[in-house]
Every structure is written in C-alpha cells, then in structure tokens.
Ligand binder design. Sequence first.
Ligand SMILES: [Zn+2]
Length: 213
Amino acid sequence: MATIFSATEPDDGAEQSAGGEVSKGDPVDLEKIERGVRLILEGVGEDAERAGLQRTPRRVAEMYAELTAGMREDAAEHVQALPGDRHDEMVIVKDIHFASLCEHHLAPFVGKCHIAYIPKGGRIVGLSKLARLVETYARRLQVQERLTSEIADTLFEGLTPVGVMVVMEAEHTCMTIRGVKKPGAVTITSAIRGGFRKDSRTRAEAMALIREK
Ligand SMILES: [Zn+2]
C-alpha cells in the first residue's frame, strides 16, 4: 500500500515557509538590480521618472530577491528523516505547487511537482520539508530538467531511500506568452533514482498514483 499525500491539503502547520530569507551565498545587491531595471525602462522607451514607474525598479529588485531566495539556502537541510518512524511502503506527495524562473529569459515557469519515494529503514521526511526542498531549488534561475534532477538527487542522497521519482509539470511563460506562443503547453520532466530505475512495475504504479485525480 502506498501512502499518498496531496500538497493542496492543509499541512500540520508546524512549519511555515520563511519566504525570501537570505542566509547563504552572496547577498542580493538591490541597488544594482534597480539600476538595471531603470535601463530596461529607458531601453523600451519609457520615462523612468513618471509617477507610475518611480518605485518600479525597487519593486522589481525586491521581487527578484524573493524569486532567487533559494540561491542563498541549503536545500539539503530540508531532508532530515523524522525520528521514530517505521514506514517502508511507497510514499507519494503530489501537487506541490512551485514557481521558478527560466534562466534563458528570466521569465516565470509555474506548475506542480510530484514526488514518490520508497523509504529504507523507516526513514521518511515530513510533507512540509518536501515542499521546502522543492521551493529552495525552484527559487533559483533554472531549467526544468535540472530543477527536477536536483530535487531527486538531494532526496536520494539525504534520505538514502530504496528509490526516488520526481515528476514536474509546468507552463513556461517564455513559451506561452512570447516566441512560439503556445498557450496551455505543459512541459513534463521526470528524474528517477535507485530502485525505480530497475523496477518498471513500481515505476508504473507510482506514475498511475500521481496521475490519479
Ligand atoms: Zn525561457
């Protein structure tokens, strides 16, 4: 029997996302971003001094600081086994919402992440921790393929489970509102580690549970 959690259901509330925290790596240089945004405004032919745009560079700088907050966090610290658990059946957490930034266009891509893993030695991780793991990697400049692999690798290394499967589906605004303009196009990526690689039946079972509405 697999245990399935939907991330859209309310969590135990024990852990709220700190959002935008800045702890690791170089701090954000807000003023530098502001200068850049002012140049963009001038570049598109705007008057950066008009009333509606006066605070825009600051707002954009703060938004990018928040959307890249994961660069200054250590994702591995979210993968710590809950003490005293003895669950060894497949665990699936689906519909973890995420928003990331495509590194080619600095445009958002938004979607859902589904994580399946088979614990070993009873080591499981809390639902809120998985959501934080996804968020830490999503809040960086990314490509969806790397984002998916990083989540799978960190979970596989941190929890040493039998297997891990991560499936992500997202709409990339750089595809839907510009360029080829394909609204509704969804990009699906997956990363499979450990036992799921060899065992196609378990992989199919996990996929069916993820797809189930
Ligand atoms: Zn892009």
